[in-house]
Each structure stands twice: as structure tokens, then as C-alpha cells.
Design a protein around this ligand. Structure first.
Ligand code: SF4
Length: 413
């Protein structure tokens, strides 16, 4: 296909695809899908080889949020039966993080529900960052605490944070349909604050909330303009008890097209498959590794993922390798470009922490920390593309997290 040849050439040169080219990826047929994956896979391998970065979520504070993000099981008025607890102590968070690091993760994502941190919250999280860094040399830490006020990003950076996650989630045009208690502009402002403070910016999206193809292309182009180091792609987990519980819009094929489009538009950034990986990609997860170079190990914030051991086996079986602590995630030019790619800058070659995900409170966006698991608002539109099979509701695959942080049970890692 001329389209795919053009997109591969552009991806290898870091050239921005046009909107029409990005839309055309989303409109490809099932017959063309393996060609799309192969083409985007060439771009992925150019910048990230066959490495897969593992990230580990620690939900520092769960539920009880005053915001109304429709996709989120922790929102105001959520009737989802999730774990609810207030701030973990530094030693509790450090213990949870250690399980993920022992399982092969190189980044820990510290996420807390809420509109944004108070200065006292920043103190707490700073103590937690120091506790994790003291006990684990070389670990990358990403914070995901919601909207930041002036000076808070700098304080997190001083405490040792490498990255900050805050997702855009959806297009500017439809943002008001999914959340009314803050704005798209608020989110952009926080990503910029993180970037300015020298934190590696992580910002992504949630797909499956009823958005149109145009909305998806708009938000991914907006992300390219913001230039985060990592882009978590969340697939809405339609939690019972949230406004988006009935939004089962995604098929595995649709998820692969979305990931391919993100890879073409953001060729040299860490593309992370975040919340909803198991629920929506299902047995197609290994194919998605040809597009994304990063995943979460184990569980998400409020839902359970597949066993950490299954994540590792999938990576090995698909012919990929877990990125080691000494390897730099991002390509050399992104680290050399400076400022934001700080977390890889200490490494001898190559890349930066490539950081992240999907929802820090990206989740605070569907997948916070790149992984705020999604839920969502007033669906605006399209669902499956032309000619696509309707998606199947797989409520059997949605399990509320009952282990790890905030419980007496061992974490999944
Ligand atoms: S995404 Fe974050 S800010 Fe929004 S309701 Fe959930 S926890 Fe609150």
C-alpha cells in the first residue's frame, strides 16, 4: 500500500503524518491489518528495537475523588466496588514498588486519586519517592497526582521524581463531554508545568469512550505537539457503576489500528499499552508488542491485570525482550535534545526513561498513570469504524483489584 510505505518513510524520518494519513490507518480493513502492524512495527524497531519496557503501578490513594471523569471508577458518585483507601505510607508504597521491580519493572508509577495534590501531599509523595529511590538504585519514578499548582513539579523533581504523568485523554472538542470539573486546558497546563520543571512528560489518551476517528487523530496530534517522552494508550475499561459502563466499542483489531496510528504519529516516543490491554486486545496482545514498546506489569490501579508471569512469558514468546535497568528507553536524539528527557540522560547511550503512562492520573484519565482505568462520559459518536464487527461486551474480563497496595494480600508482579 502506498499509504503504508509513506507512513514508514515518515516514521523513520520522524516526520508528522497528515491528518488524512492518520485517519486512513484507522479506516483500514481487517484484510489489511497485518500489513498495518508490519509497517508500524518497522518504525517501532527503528527507534526501540525489540525491547519492552515494564512499568509498575502503585496506587497511593484509591477512590474518593471529587472530580467527575466519566471513565473513572474512582470518580465522584462512582458505584464501582473498588478498593478505597487514603495515602499509603512511604514504607508501604516502597514495599509495593519492590514487588514490581523484582518482577522486572524499571519504572514505578506513583498514582493518587484527586483533582491535584496539596503542598502537604507533595511532601508525602516526596518522602515516598526518596524511600523508593534509597532502596532501589537506578529505578525510575513517575508521579501521577493530578493537576499541578505552580512550584509543585519543581518540588517533585527535587525529591527525585524522573517523570510526571497527566493524560489528555481525548480531543479538546469532546473533553467537556467526559469531564465537567476541569478542562482540557487544565490538563495541557499540567503537562507543560512538568516539562518546564525538567520532568520527563508522560501524557496519553483513552480510546473507546465513543469518540470518533477524528477525535482520536486530534488528540494524538495534540500529544505530538506537546512532545511527551511517553504516550500511554488506554482502552476504556467500562466499569459497572460508572457512566460509561455500557461503552463496549473496541475490538482487538480496532485497538491494533489505534496503536499503529499512535506509533506513526509519535514514532520515537515510548508508546505504552496501558489500562484495558487484557480486556480489549485479549489474545491479540502479542501482536500489539510490534507497535508499542512499553506495558504495565501486573495489576492496574483499580482493576486486575493478567499475572505478571504471563506478561513476561508473552514478551518472550513473541520474540521480544524485557528492557534492562541499564538500558536507556528513548532514542539518543531525544535525550540529547535535552530538557525533558531527563530520565534517560544518565545512561551511556540512547534513551531516557521513555516515560510515561497512560493515565497518571493519566489514569487520571482513563488510565492513570497512564493507567487510570477508563470509564467515560457521554459518548460522542462513532464506535467501531465502517465495516467493523461490533465489539463484544466482556464484563467477565473486568476484575476489581483485591490484592497488592491497600490490602493485606501480595501484589501481582
Ligand atoms: S481520573 Fe483522576 S481526577 Fe478524574 S475522577 Fe479519576 S481519580 Fe479523579
Amino acid at each position: 500500500m502506498d499509504l503504508l510505505n509513506t507512513l514508514v518513510d515518515k516514521g523513520l524520518r520522524r516526520e508528522l503524518p497528515t491528518r488524512d494519513e492518520a485517519l486512513a490507518v484507522l479506516a483500514t480493513s481487517d484484510d489489511e491489518l497485518l500489513d498495518v502492524v508490519a509497517a508500524a512495527g518497522k518504525v517501532r524497531r527503528k527507534w526501540f528495537g525489540r525491547r519492552v519496557k515494564l512499568n509498575y503501578l502503585v496506587n497511593l490513594k484509591s477512590g474518593l475523588c471529587p472530580e467527575d471523569c466519566s471513565y473513572c471508577s474512582q470518580r465522584l458518585g462512582s458505584e464501582a466496588g473498588i478498593l478505597k483507601y487514603t495515602w499509603l505510607k512511604p514504607d508501604q508504597a516502597s514495599e509495593a514498588a519492590a514487588a514490581g521491580l523484582a518482577g522486572g519493572a524499571k519504572r514505578v508509577c506513583l498514582v493518587a486519586s484527586g483533582r491535584g495534590p496539596t503542598d502537604r501531599d507533595v511532601d508525602r509523595v516526596s518522602d515516598t519517592i526518596r524511600a523508593i529511590k534509597d532502596g532501589n538504585e537506578g529505578v525510575e519514578v513517575c508521579a501521577c497526582l493530578g493537576l499541578l499548582s505552580d512550584g509543585q513539579a519543581e518540588r517533585l523533581r527535587e525529591a527525585g521524581a524522573d517523570a510526571y504523568n497527566h493524560n489528555l485523554n481525548t480531543s479538546e472538542a469532546t473533553y467537556g463531554d467526559i469531564t465537567t470539573t476541569h478542562t482540557y486546558a487544565d490538563r495541557v497546563d499540567t503537562v507543560r508545568k512538568a516539562h518546564s520543571a525538567g520532568l520527563s512528560a508522560c501524557s496519553g489518551l483513552i480510546a473507546g469512550m465513543g469518540e470518533s476517528d477524528e477525535d482520536l487523530v486530534d488528540v494524538v496530534h495534540a500529544l505530538r505537539e506537546l512532545d511527551p517522552d511517553s504516550v500511554p494508550v488506554n482502552f476504556l475499561i467500562p466499569f459497572e457503576g460508572t457512566p460509561l459502563a455500557k461503552e463496549w466499542n473496541l475490538t482487538p483489531q480496532r485497538c491494533l489500528r489505534i496503536l499503529a496510528m499512535v506509533r506513526f504519529v509519535c514514532p520515537d516516543v515510548e508508546v505504552r499499552i496501558a489500562g484495558g490491554r487484557e480486556v480489549h486486545l485479549r489474545t491479540m496482545q502479542p501482536l500489539a508488542l510490534h507497535l508499542a514498546n512499553s506495558i504495565f506489569l501486573g495489576d492496574y490501579l483499580t482493576s486486575e491485570g493478567q499475572a505478571g508471569r504471563a506478561d513476561l512469558e508473552m514478551i518472550a514468546d513473541a520474540g521480544f525482550e524485557v528492557e534492562g535497568a541499564g538500558e536507556v528507553t528513548l532514542p539518543r536524539h531525544r535525550v540529547a535534545d535535552g530538557a525533558a528527557g531527563v530520565c534517560g540522560a544518565h545512561a551511556p547511550e540512547g534513551g531516557g526513561c521513555g516515560s510515561h503512562e497512560g493515565g497518571g492520573c493519566g489514569t487520571h484519565a482513563g488510565a492513570g498513570c497512564g493507567s487510570h482505568e477508563g470509564g467515560g462520559a457521554t459518548p460522542c459518536g462513532s464506535g467501531p469504524g465502517a465495516g467493523e464487527r461490533p465489539a463484544e461486551a466482556r464484563t467477565d474480563l473486568v476484575a476489581v483489584r483485591r490484592r497488592g497496595a491497600g490490602t493485606d494480600l501480595a501484589p501481582n508482579a
